[in-house]
Design a protein. Structure first.
Length: 160
């Protein structure tokens, strides 16, 4: 119990800023903003932090986002061999097999309730339910029985 309390206190005190590469381990970790060690070299890939304070990392369990304290936030949708891109300020994530959207601060903006979702374009995203995925070579084809559209949460309401 005392050891876990010390780990929790140490994690809360972190202020991670920049990834570093340990050539001997061929792994990445993070330095704190003052240049002191933060997280040890444990990741296969460690991205820079976004302006909102989150970073994508890859380890043996797959891709996920951490905050500046090193805490797990969520698992992104994988697109083009890495975490999904931010489009119109949002990116897709997967939770319990469903897709949702989060912002560059790691905040869930649209909960994961869809079987599949395309990125937003011009304030609208197509979302699907009752979907199946078929693998074709290195790509996947998604087919859904029901499609609908959702508006970007930042889209202003229209007046009559």
């Amino acid at each position: 119990m005392a050891a876990s309390l010390m780990v929790a206190m140490a994690t809360a005190a972190l202020n991670l800023c920049a990834p570093f590469h340990d050539e001997a381990k061929d792994r990445y970790g993070y330095l704190q903003c003052d240049g002191s060690p933060g997280l040890p070299a444990q990741y296969r890939v460690a991205d820079d932090f976004t302006a909102g304070g989150i970073a994508a990392v890859l380890d043996a369990t797959g891709w996920y986002y951490i905050d500046r304290q090193g805490r797990f936030l969520l698992r992104p949708m994988i697109y083009d061999n890495g975490p999904d891109y931010f489009v119109e300020g949002l990116s897709r994530f997967i939770q319990d097999g469903k897709t949702g959207f989060f912002d560059e601060a790691g905040q869930v903006v649209i909960p994961a309730t869809y079987d599949f979702a395309y990125p937003f374009k011009d304030g609208v995203a197509e979302v699907g339910q009752r979907c199946t995925t078929t693998r074709q070579h290195e790509h996947s084809i998604v087919s859904c029985q029901a499609w609908s559209t959702i508006k970007h949460p930042a889209t202003p309401a229209t007046s009559r």
